[in-house]
Design a protein. Structure first.
Length: 76
């Protein structure tokens, strides 16, 4: 995880079950470099940057069903 820490609640918040493609689209629309990730209880669980997501697009493990929570597992 990069960007703001889990305790920083400013910035765009999205659910961790969002796909990488949709997240990148949200980032582009909001003109931000990171998203705060929230679980099903709307608790902030971390953040992900555009660069982290972009790195997965060219990966052999990438599919259009890759979720943000999966990216966190793959990068940590």
């Amino acid at each position: 995880m990069a960007g703001p820490g889990a305790t920083d609640v400013t910035g765009p918040r999205v659910r961790d079950d969002m796909t990488v493609e949709v997240a990148l689209s949200v980032m582009a629309g909001a003109r931000v470099e990171y998203l705060l990730l929230c679980d099903g209880d709307d608790q902030c669980t971390g953040s992900v940057t555009r660069a982290e997501l972009a790195a997965h697009l060219g990966s052999s493990t990438y599919t259009d069903r890759l979720r943000l929570r999966d990216v966190l597992v793959l990068t940590h």
